[in-house]
Design a protein around this ligand. Structure first.
Ligand code: FAD
Length: 510
């Protein structure tokens, strides 16, 4: 996306430029906000949603790219934090995944810092073997800040050897959607309330022509964005676009979510705790803790899963638990005919690495990149779908890694996952890391080398060697290098304020 001022005049579409968004969850309103920002008044943008159906609304944890989305929309951070009960997020703590009593952080940002050719983990692996290194988290700025519960916007001088402090947010997804609704309506998006009970298609092309509401109103369009959630009202129910099922790798198929009273302090990270047949999330907002238990219904029934969740909350529940059912996988074509699926209608990976809202964002980016000018070119569509699938498959591999490389021996759910056949793309990454500490990834992959390194080490994958060039430092140079990094990060974090104080002050300004 490039930044341009959005129009504030009434929208009067030129032929072929009526966009209809079906659904007003996080996906629908993010799409509406972005289109209203970047499409001038030659385009009309209508969003249809049904209050009676409601939204999933439990997406609360994000990754740093969300800041690009907010910045592209020109959203003020203090106002956003105040409006969504937001807090900062520096990473995810995984509890009990490597072994039942283990914990590690997948923190955003660099592991260590650069020294010549090699990624830091090679120096650290050698230093650890020689008794010179502490835990890997001592060399990750965000992990040190998580441990100390501190946060600040870190400004660096140009050329500083120290990295920035990358961050994301925890927020109330329902409030975020409401905020974006105000934003989009102020820029001419028309909201239509009502339940769609019929979809009209054109005989010859099979394109969607209009959606018809229960009250008889018809909303016609040229391009339809399906943000209708898991059911995929247009992409699946109308166009019968197939689904690639990944539940043999990611067998969790239910989640129970419940908010509870806010914990003190507000931690600047999400926690994901492994349970007997799934895992539990803990997401700190200003006014509540978001909690949920993601589980596999062939290993634990819904009542037992609810009990596990309710027995391990850090505060009293503030609402009734909600059950959500899903199948992990991906729509075979995210763009079919004149329908583009964004959000849950396009696919679902469980929220272990907080990637769903990010996938909404990249879906919107692609939609803007490929916005059809005249007609719908097959080449555009194929390319769009290939990119969407490639992106999701790489994220899928990263999530499978957490399950596959588990150390929870003797628990049937976890034993089965440890022994399952994994995608070749992931098997190759694991083999290369095990053999020589290398992480090989394509540049467009979402998760970077530090992410893979932290998760692989955290899950107990031990490289047998490091890169031979790491041996070129003397033992003394190596020790000094690691000490410099560790002390620099500890000093940096000691100067940061407490996370909760920082957020409270910022929210008052918003
Ligand atoms: P929905 O929220 O389901 O919205 C669907 C919309 O379509 C609604 O407005 C509904 O009214 C409308 N609609 C449907 N049918 C009709 C009809 N017939 N007529 C009119 N309107 C209709 N993502 C993250 O990034 N981080 C997380 O921490 C995270 N946690 C999650 C935890 C769980 C258990 C689940 C299931 C998801 C999580 N997600 C998370 C994903 C995130 O919640 C979704 O990506 C996000 O909410 C987008 O949902 P959506 O807008 O696609 O669908």
């Amino acid at each position: 996306m490039t930044s341009q001022p959005g129009p504030h005049r009434a929208r009067q579409p030129r032929p072929g430029r009526r966009i209809v968004i079906v659904g007003g969850g996080t996906a629908g309103w993010m799409t509406a906000a972005a289109l209203s920002r970047f499409c001038d008044t030659d385009w009309s943008i209508t969003l249809v949603e049904s209050d009676a159906i409601g939204t999933v609304g439990v997406g609360e944890a994000t990754i740093p790219m969300i800041r690009n989305f907010n910045a592209a929309l020109g959203i003020d951070e203090a106002e956003f934090i105040a409006a969504t009960n937001g807090t900062y997020k520096l990473g995810i703590e995984f509890v009990g995944w490597g072994a039942p009593d283990s914990r590690y952080l997948h923190a955003f940002g660099l592991v260590g810092r650069g020294l010549g050719l090699l990624p830091f983990q090679h120096y650290w692996l050698r230093a650890r073997a020689e008794g010179l290194a502490g835990p890997i988290g001592d060399y990750v700025l965000n992990a040190v800040a998580c441990r100390e519960n501190r946060f600040a916007h870190v400004e660096r001088q140009a050329g500083s050897p120290l990295p920035p402090l990358p961050f994301a947010y925890h927020f109330d997804a329902g409030l975020y959607a409401a905020y974006l609704r105000r934003y989009a309506e102020a820029r001419g998006v028309v909201r239509v309330e009502g339940r769609i009970d019929r979809v009209e298609t054109q005989g010859e092309t099979g394109h969607v022509a209009a959606v018809r509401l229960e009250n008889g109103q018809s909303v016609a369009g040229d391009l339809f964005v399906d943000c209708s959630g898991f059911r995929g009202l247009l992409i699946a129910e109308t166009l019968r676009t197939g689904w690639t099922d990944w539940s043999h790798w990611l067998p969790c198929d239910r989640a129970i979510a419940v908010p509870c009273e806010p914990g003190e302090p507000w931690l600047p990270y999400t926690r994901a705790t492994a349970r007997e047949a799934g895992w539990q999330w803990r997401i700190p907002l200003q006014n509540r803790l978001g909690n949920g238990h993601v589980f596999c219904s062939t290993h634990i029934d819904e009542d037992a899963a609810r009990d596990v969740l309710l027995a391990s909350l850090d505060g009293a529940p503030t609402a009734e638990p909600r059950l959500l059912r899903f199948t992990t996988g991906m729509r075979r074509q995210a763009w079919n005919r004149n329908v583009v699926a964004i959000g849950l209608s396009s696919g679902f990976l469980e929220p272990l690495e907080s990637t769903s809202i990010h996938l909404i964002q990249t879906g919107i980016d692609r939609l803007l990149d490929y916005l059809p000018v005249s007609g719908f070119g097959a080449a555009d569509r194929e390319n769009f779908n290939r990119r969407a699938a490639w992106e999701m498959e790489r994220i899928r591999d990263f999530i499978i890694l957490h399950y596959h490389a588990n150390g929870r021996e003797g628990q049937p759910f976890w034993d089965a996952l440890r022994h399952m056949a994994i995608p070749d793309t992931l098997a190759e990454k694991l083999a290369m890391f095990r053999a020589g500490g290398k992480v090989v990834r394509d540049h467009d992959e979402l998760f970077d080398v530090p992410g893979w390194v932290q998760v692989m080490l955290g899950q107990g994958i031990e490289p047998q060697a490091w890169h031979p060039l790491a041996d070129q430092l003397s033992r003394e140079q190596l020790g000094q290098f690691l000490d410099t990094v560790r002390h620099a990060y500890a000093r940096d974090v000691a100067r940061m304020p407490d996370h909760q104080d920082y957020v409270s002050r910022l929210a008052e300004q918003g």
